[in-house]
Design a protein around this ligand. Structure first.
Ligand code: 8IG
Length: 270
């Protein structure tokens, strides 16, 4: 079965299980963003991810594993993907981007990708959300197979970032750099990322964004800076502390993400 066939199967299963046949927007919730779904609207259905073809339950602490259909104020539906597969899980790139391809097959025009990440800009502090303006893919791989030369010039579209800034004018932005992980960077690697133009370090979003664009979706990326990148803060990086920074920020992120999604839905309708 091709990845596209599997995504179609997943979208069909979602439609059957949720009773919703078209989702206008999909949002993947990364660490720190989990409570956001409740702010978007009323949950119509919530399904354990492993009951939908191609999805597997996550084994990572702090990463829940459900797919939700949420009805927004304007009556359209948002697919909330709380089940991210990371490249470092070793399930292959197709598994990593299955959620994005399922979103496209479910009718979405926009993919909102959120994550928790390390920050390199000296002005940023843990708990601060930032927009992704562009990315550098250091994983050495791509979700695209074959001679399919997808343009990534305006990958994190200006149009969507403008909507986010209407909601939150103080949102800063930066270049997301994806490394394969699961280890955090060495301080030398962080200096390398800075030298090549990266502002954010993470382990998820770039591969997903590429697949989203291949599938014809507009992409908005949001990173919660949970920690300063290795070597920029005192002491070592610790997953528990990273999760705690995420939880502390969560209260503010839910309403922010919900307002941005409402803004996108209104813009599409206008
Ligand atoms: I949360 O400092 C989170 N995810 N690569 N580096 C990388 N990924 C991260 C980091 C970080 N913090």
């Amino acid at each position: 079965m091709t990845p596209a066939d599997l995504a179609k199967e997943a979208a069909d299963a979602l439609a059957t299980r949720t009773g919703i046949h078209r989702h206008a927007i999909a949002v993947t919730l990364g660490s720190g963003w989990k409570t956001a779904a409740d702010h978007i609207g009323e949950t119509v259905a919530e399904i354990p991810a492993n009951e939908i073809p191609g999805f597997t339950a996550s084994g990572i602490p702090g990463h829940s594993g459900t797919l939700r259909s949420v009805r927004a104020q304007n009556g359209e539906h948002v697919l909330v993907i709380g089940a991210r597969t990371h490249y470092y899980e070793g399930k292959g790139v197709a598994a990593v981007v299955h959620g994005v391809r399922t979103a496209a097959a479910a009718g979405a025009h926009t993919m909102v990708l959120t994550n928790g990440a390390g920050g390199l800009k000296p002005t940023w502090t843990p708990g601060q959300p930032v927009l992704i303006s562009d990315h550098i893919n250091l994983t050495g791989t791509s979700p695209i197979i074959g001679a399919n030369f997808i343009d990534l010039t305006d990958l994190y579209t200006n149009k969507l970032r403008a909507i986010a800034r209407q909601v939150a004018p103080d949102l800063d932005e930066g270049v997301y750099t994806q490394l394969s992980g699961p280890h955090y960077e060495t301080p030398a690697e962080v200096r390398m990322v800075r030298a090549i133009g990266g502002d954010i370090v993470g382990m998820s979003t770039a591969l997903e964004a590429i697949a989203a664009r291949e599938a014809g979706l507009d992409v908005l990326g949001l990173s919660l800076i949970t920690n300063l990148a290795a070597g920029l803060q005192e002491g070592a990086l610790n997953h528990q502390e990273v999760l705690e920074a995420g939880h502390a920020a969560e209260q503010r992120l839910g309403p922010l993400l919900a307002e941005i999604i409402t803004g996108i839905l209104n813009e599409e309708q206008a």
